[in-house]
Design a protein around this ligand. Structure first.
Ligand code: NAP
Length: 311
């Protein structure tokens, strides 16, 4: 096992990179596991208009490139691997990636959240064959086609608006008759002539697994119970996210929803020296800027912890 690190950061969204920038500038020589698919959820986003500092907005992937370059400029050591296990009951703390174990005095968990799925067998089988969770990644394949988006939040509106630029029409299926999305996003979607809404309905089945591609969906109206089939070429699932906290189950306290429990107003988890930042602990705000803010908090708290316990 190599030398004991002062700080290991797990995750590479706005929270992880901000923690790295602060920790590196405090001479803590952070080691960062960015994962095989680095960059977090913003890598799957188009225009980000609400991250301060970018008057005209910026696409998610170039924004994450900037985060990464800034962290690298201060000599953050980056390992492009997924962490496969941790042992926070030991001191130093242990982080395992590949066949190697790394030791650290503090760990900042910034593993974010992932897209939720409907849980249908057909969804699993047709994922990447017409079913997608990322309009920016896959919208291109559905030029002039019939597209359906599931969900009623900001993500669903964002996906629908993006896809409306490409597809023939976009139907948004929502399980209630009012949207959860912010007013501005609702207005944009309602105004778009290519977007139609199907209310009070859920996707019961995606057709056609036998053909190995999406040909349509079977919908169920939740108020009347009526079922109907609609032809669709692409189905985008935009029903929210789940925290990526499985790795830490049994190691630190989680909330029943799976989010990492932190002391309110801090990033301190139930294990001293382990801090959690970003969407893996934030079920309220879930914004890039709040993730970056808590990444900063985690690095400052790690620094104070090291001063108090290891100086
Ligand atoms: P969300 O706000 O949790 O919305 C999830 C939507 O999916 C809800 O409408 C929900 O229905 C529906 N849903 C959940 N599970 C479902 C299921 N099993 N079957 C069918 N429908 C289901 O998630 P989000 O849209 O990803 O947004 C998350 C956060 O990020 C929010 O704070 C949002 O404001 C923010 N965000 C902002 C932007 C932006 O400003 N440009 C873009 C994306 C996200 P119910 O409404 O009935 O619960």
């Amino acid at each position: 096992m190599a030398t004991v690190r002062k700080v290991i950061i797990i995750g590479s969204g706005p929270a992880g990179y901000t923690a790295a920038i602060y920790a590196a500038r405090a001479n803590l020589s952070p080691l960062m596991f960015i994962g095989v698919q680095w960059g977090g959820q913003l890598m799957l986003t188009t225009l980000v208009e609400n991250y301060p500092g970018f008057v005209d907005g910026i696409d998610g992937p170039p924004l994450m490139e900037i985060f990464r370059k800034q962290a690298e400029r201060f000599n953050t050591e980056i390992i492009p691997e997924d962490v496969t296990a941790v042992d926070f009951r030991r001191r130093p703390l242990v982080v395992i990636a590949g066949d190697q174990a790394y030791e650290a005095l503090t760990v900042i968990v910034a593993t974010g959240a992932s897209a939720k799925l409907l849980g249908l067998e057909s969804e699993k089988k047709l994922m990447g064959r017409g079913v997608s969770t990322c309009a920016t990644c896959d919208g291109f394949f559905f030029k002039d086609k019939n597209i359906m988006v599931v969900g009623g939040g900001d993500s669903a509106m964002e996906e629908a608006l993006y896809l409306a630029r490409l597809g023939r029409k976009v139907e948004v299926v929502h399980r209630r008759d009012t949207l959860r999305a912010s007013k501005i996003m609702q207005e944009r979607a309602f105004k778009n002539s290519k977007i139609e809404f199907i209310w009070d309905s859920t996707v019961e089945e995606i057709l056609d697994v036998d053909k190995g591609m999406v040909r349509g969906v079977r919908l169920r109206n939740v108020t009347s119970g009526d079922r109907s089939e609609r032809p669709v070429d692409g189905l985008f699932i935009a029903i929210g996210h789940e925290p990526n906290s499985q790795l830490f189950r049994g190691q630190i306290d989680l909330l029943p929803t799976g989010y990492i429990k932190v002391v309110p107003g801090t990033t301190q988890t139930s294990v001293p020296g382990v801090f959690a930042a970003g969407d893996v602990q934030d079920f309220t705000y879930r914004q890039a800027v709040t993730a970056a803010g808590t990444g900063c908090m985690a690095a400052l708290e790690a620094e104070r912890y090291l001063e108090a316990h290891h100086s």
